[in-house]
Ligand binder design. Structure first.
Ligand code: FAD
Length: 595
């Protein structure tokens, strides 16, 4: 490739302050978040294992033709496919800012070439799934490039293995990038594919065991009793995971049924010191309550199950919701459908496309107010349309089915603090029967669908931190580099090289965040929405790490430029880019990392 290789030592820089006791950590999910968290944990010398239910890494970028058995996603017993990617999807962010800080998503694909030519770098994740605790050796027989090809399937658009060097590439490019990332950093040895986490329950150590547990190492100059780094409430919390492995299915991309798999062949239990949740939040559909949707005879689906416009040929389609998916899917549909009615809360009146639009049959409408038994859609302005289908592009809900009690619970009364954890801990041992896993953690953390609370820095439930953390919850952000910073912080907190405030301080900050939203009249569904706030948040994470550089300023500038470009050229923004200087800055940042 002509690209010089970096040494393994550079990939995993030695940690001068290695803690005496590394943590044994479970990571749920092998998507972009799980992978980068795993990389950070290995760098920090933790004993980390990543469980991935699919047969390969990549998460939501692992495209599949398969869809849920219920296209609307209402049936709780439906078979669920994780990905929400559709065949023609191109990224909605420039590739330069999407990539991790030290593995550039460069237009020439140099990072991917680097990974492909690294001896022993790649191995098919489904071919080698280490047992828990096993120090496995990675097969060196297959390069990352071969690996990428080996997992192609009929559902992936043609040309998926060739480089898509555009600023906004197709989804296959991102998946290939993630595979290369895993290969370059040797992550496959610690990823257990085809393994689903069924449940993860905390076990609180009884007080007498607690006394014998070694203290966390604290960073030089800090003290565990100064209000920072106080881990008292959860020192001794362990996590009991129940995982189910199933046979590697080489055709899984087409036929996968990640839940209720008939090929399952074993449920195992394992204990860990800490749990990091990286299960993604673009799989569980969020549906609006549209009067009549249960009696309407027209075909209805959620965008999670949309793969291509083909089935809508010649139809009148109602698309509900105008954020990224609604916007893109209505444009895709426009090419084959008779008419697309794109309705959203933001639109107050019927408005046809402007003259000269590339999408002349996409009509904006106010939010649909009802569906009827004879196939009409009603709008609040009194107008109505006969429709053939509805595609709900109405977002997703946070869901953690493996964390008992967290999903779809009533709001907890801001009660999760250290004191509560101690009470709970005492209660858990009150009968003297010794530690047993807790089967409902809703008093520590709950997901209310639209947000998870209480959380410190969108990651740590104060009463269970740092033994439990969530990665990748914020939205309207650039996720990969942010999840990288989150991973760096969690890894350092667990090793004792970085500190969290006391549970009380974390609780107070989590409360303040929600209170701030309430006072500003902002619905709680925006609790993890960051947009411009992401940059200060990212910097704060880097500062908390202590030894981590902030993300370079060109990334923020490019994010802002991309937003302006999209507003200026909504129909063609992916193929129009004028900020050459920013591309140069990105390249200057990338070049030394590719040597
Ligand atoms: P995921 O990628 O969802 O990975 C989670 C993983 O956890 C999956 O592999 C899943 O199988 C696994 N898992 C879940 N539950 C279990 C379990 N119980 N046991 C074991 N494994 C489990 N981001 C961008 O930066 N740019 C874009 O252009 C962009 N476009 C997008 C378009 C769409 C349609 C969608 C849905 C998202 C888009 N995103 C984009 C956001 C995207 O979600 C993030 O880029 C990123 O992939 C999130 O990574 P993750 O690891 O948090 O989650």
């Amino acid at each position: 490739s002509g690209v010089a290789l970096r040494t393994a030592a550079t990939k995993h820089p030695p940690n001068a302050e290695q803690p005496p006791v590394a943590k044994r950590v479970a990571i749920v999910g092998g998507g972009a978040g799980g992978l980068v968290v795993l990389r950070e944990f290995l760098r920090e010398n933790h004993d980390a294992l990543c469980f991935e239910q699919g047969n390969d890494v990549g998460g939501v970028w692992r495209y599949s033709k398969a869809t849920d058995t219920d296209p609307l996603g209402k049936d709780p017993h439906r078979t669920v496919v994780h990905t929400s990617m559709y065949k023609g999807l191109r990224t909605n962010l420039p590739r330069q800012i999407m990539g991790f800080s030290d593995f550039p998503m460069d237009p020439e694909g140099r990072a991917m070439q680097m990974a492909a030519s690294a001896p022993g770098a790649g191995a098919p994740s489904s071919a080698r799934t280490p047992a828990v605790g096993e120090d496995s050796k990675v097969s060196s027989s297959q390069s990352a490039a071969t690996h990428a090809r080996a997992h192609d399937d009929g559902g992936v658009a043609e040309g998926c293995t060739s480089l898509d060097s555009r600023i906004y590439p197709r989804h296959e490019e991102v998946q290939n990038y993630l595979r290369a990332f895993a290969a370059w950093f040797g992550l496959h040895k610690a990823v257990r594919c085809n393994t689903r986490v069924l449940s993860a329950r905390p076990i609180f150590a009884p007080p007498h065991e607690e006394q014998h547990k070694p203290m966390q190492q604290t960073a030089p100059g800090s003290s565990a009793s100064d209000g920072h780094g106080s881990l008292d409430t959860t020192r001794g919390v362990r996590w009991l995971l129940e995982v189910e492995s199933h046979a590697a299915d080489t055709s899984a991309s087409d036929t996968e049924a990640q839940q209720h798999s008939p090929r399952q062949h074993g449920v195992e239990q394992h204990e860990f010191d800490a749990l990091v949740v990286c299960n993604g939040h673009y799989t569980e559909p969020n549906l609006p309550e549209v009067p009549g949707m249960d009696v309407s005879p027209v075909f209805q689906m959620h965008s999670h199950n949309y793969r291509s416009p083909d089935q809508f040929k010649g139809q009148v389609v109602l698309v509900v919701g105008n954020s990224n998916s609604g916007d893109d899917i209505s444009k895709e549909l426009s090419a084959v459908a008779k008419t697309v009615h794109l309705c959203a809360r933001a639109y107050t009146a019927r408005s046809p496309p402007p003259p000269g639009s590339m999408f002349p049959n996409v009509i904006r409408r106010p939010m649909v107010s009802g569906l009827t038994e004879d196939g009409r859609a009603l709008f609040p302005d009194g107008l109505e349309e006969h429709i053939d289908a509805v595609v709900y592009c109405t977002g997703y809900r946070y869901a953690f089915p493996f964390l008992p009690g967290t999903t779809h619970q009533e709001p907890s009364a801001e009660q999760s603090n250290g004191q509560k954890a101690q009470q709970y801990q005492q209660g858990a041992h009150a009968n003297g029967s010794g530690p047993s896993p807790v089967s409902d953690i809703s008093q520590f953390v709950v997901s209310e669908g639209h947000h998870v609370q209480p959380l410190y820095k969108h990651m740590f439930p104060p009463a269970l931190a740092p033994s439990l953390s969530f990665v990748g919850l914020p939205w309207k952000i650039v996720p990969f580099p942010q999840m990288e910073l989150q991973g760096k912080l969690i890894a350092r907190v667990l090793s004792g090289r970085a500190q969290l405030p006391s549970p009380e301080v974390m609780s107070a900050e989590a409360r303040q965040h929600l209170e701030g939203l309430r006072q500003a009249g902002i619905p709680l569904r925006f609790a993890h929405m960051q947009n411009l706030e992401q940059f200060a948040y990212n910097d704060e994470l880097a500062e908390m790490c202590g030894d981590v550089e902030k993300l370079p300023s060109w990334r923020q500038a490019m994010y802002l430029a991309a937003g302006m470009n999209k507003r200026g050229c909504p129909e063609s923004y992916r193929d129009v880019w004028t900020e050459e200087a920013l591309l140069k800055e990105a390249e200057q940042d990338f070049a030394p990392k590719l040597r």
